[in-house]
Ligand binder design. Sequence first.
Ligand SMILES: NC(=O)C1=CN([C@@H]2O[C@H](COP(=O)(O)OP(=O)(O)OC[C@H]3O[C@@H](n4cnc5c(N)ncnc54)[C@H](OP(=O)(O)O)[C@@H]3O)[C@@H](O)[C@H]2O)C=CC1
Ligand SMILES: CC(=O)N[C@@H](CCC(=O)OP(=O)(O)O)C(=O)O
Length: 334
Amino acid sequence: MKVVIIGASGYSGAELASLVVKHPQLTLAACYVSEQSLDKGKLLSDLYPEHVGLLDSPLLPLGESAYNDIESSADFVCLCTDHKVSVDLAPRFLKMGKKVFDLSGGYRLSSNEDYQTYYGFEHQHTELLKQAAYGLAEWNSDAIAKAQLVAVAGCYPTAALNALKPLQLAGLLAEQPVIINAVSGVTGAGRKASVGTHFCEVSLAPYGLFNHRHSPEIEQHLGHKVLFTPHLGNFPRGILETIYVQLKVDVTPEQVAQAYQVLADEPLIRLLGNKIPSIKGVAKQPFVDIAWQQQGSQLIVMAAIDNLLKGAAGQALQCINLAMGLPHSTGLKG
Ligand SMILES: NC(=O)C1=CN([C@@H]2O[C@H](COP(=O)(O)OP(=O)(O)OC[C@H]3O[C@@H](n4cnc5c(N)ncnc54)[C@H](OP(=O)(O)O)[C@@H]3O)[C@@H](O)[C@H]2O)C=CC1
Ligand SMILES: CC(=O)N[C@@H](CCC(=O)OP(=O)(O)O)C(=O)O
């Protein structure tokens, strides 16, 4: 199958391109940037020298003629673009009959009101919100396999939902909101330069208090209230979440362990037992690492992912695998 990547010069797009070229059943048909991009005409390997010899394809401008080329050459279109750009681009490719994998948050929520509140724009294609399958691969594989539009899950939500859905499914969560403290590396903010993500400026600080767009995403797909606080840390890639859960009265450690068995056979989830998840353990790896410790009715769950792999490009490839009827981990593991 032939894959086109829009936004290929960005961090998640380049990561996805490197996965696609190594995948046994995919071909990278073309890589695009915006029509005005300063990078158009450059090779992807000019921007990412670690991929010299692997990603020597040129970055093409997404102008009118590009749409004809994409119509005739692509099976899958991956949007590695900003939310609003993805919202605008997806319908055009869907009309061509392409299967679209959107790595942005443009189609993850069901309510237009949430787009206004958390994304700051009025959604122009609300009819597609119902059609989009939420791309949280371990939990929605049938819908992902069938849908024409897959809204690949957000980075922080991927870690939080895999950590919490087993407990919710088993009915173990008490009524209180779950508290999620998360730290992300700087690639989470994308490649474009800004003072807030400048190497000399970043230390460790919270942001997005009470109003980060991943709060409604986690709540919608968990079915439980959360208090989510992201932090930006001074390392390149990876997300670590420490999650404080109040369990229902008398929930035993055996019940908690039993609840997590739902993930035990998933090839891209590692249940660590007594070990502590870390950024080091997941950076450049396709996995979600999960562990927990319990004291009475208090449970602390820890989850770690690489934001560019399981949090973006890795999970997008996992969704493509599902669409092709392949095992989840094809092209991702060993
Ligand atoms: N970074 C991460 O950890 C994660 C990112 N995501 C999501 O993935 C998407 C991409 O993120 P990320 O890779 O970090 O972003 P980057 O800012 O690193 O890259 C954005 C890419 O989009 C291109 N682009 C911008 N405008 C247009 C346009 N109008 N048409 C075509 N291409 C365009 C940019 O190139 P140019 O401007 O030169 O045209 C660049 O290639 C975002 O929606 C983000 O929320 C999801 C999970 C994790
Ligand atoms: C460190 C940092 O800035 N992270 C980004 C989240 C990463 C991302 O791009 O978000 P999606 O997964 O929703 O696409 C943020 O907080 O906005």
